[in-house]
Write a protein that binds this ligand. Structure first.
Ligand code: FES
Length: 126
């Protein structure tokens, strides 16, 4: 689904598509002048979205499409070299990464998850 740029929030997915510590939902966002992979996960009941790009190298994190958590569902893990990120802040806590992930503002309303950014978003489900 492609959504034109506007100041309105952009629908990402149904809220029940995100289980706590489970698979995330991938989507595409226009960011930094280009089309970027992004994802949203649920952690301790809340939803958090990030640009899908490791702070070590510009590679996507998921070890399978939509799989971002480590085995204990405590951290987001980069599949390439194993950097660990806090799910709620995106801060790097272990590995070669510096800084953290680029966080995207989200919110839930009426059983749906929205991106609260003023950007053109394509929910790709890839
Ligand atoms: S690319 Fe993510 S830890 Fe190296």
């Amino acid at each position: 689904m492609r959504v034109a740029a506007s100041s309105a929030p952009h629908l990402i997915c149904a809220a029940d598509a995100l289980a706590d510590g489970g698979a995330g939902v991938r989507f595409t966002v226009q960011w930094a002048g280009g089309s970027q992979s992004a994802f949203v996960v649920r952690y301790r009941g809340a939803v958090y979205a990030y640009i899908n790009r490791c702070a070590h190298r510009a590679l996507e994190l998921d070890w399978e499409p939509g799989r971002f958590y480590d085995a204990e569902a405590r951290y987001l893990v980069c599949a390439t070299h194993g950097a660990l990120y806090e799910p709620d802040t995106g801060r790097c806590v272990a590995g070669s990464c510096t800084g953290g992930l680029v966080k995207l503002a989200t919110f839930e309303n009426n059983s749906y998850v929205y991106l609260a950014a003023d950007a053109a978003v394509r929910v790709s489900g890839d």
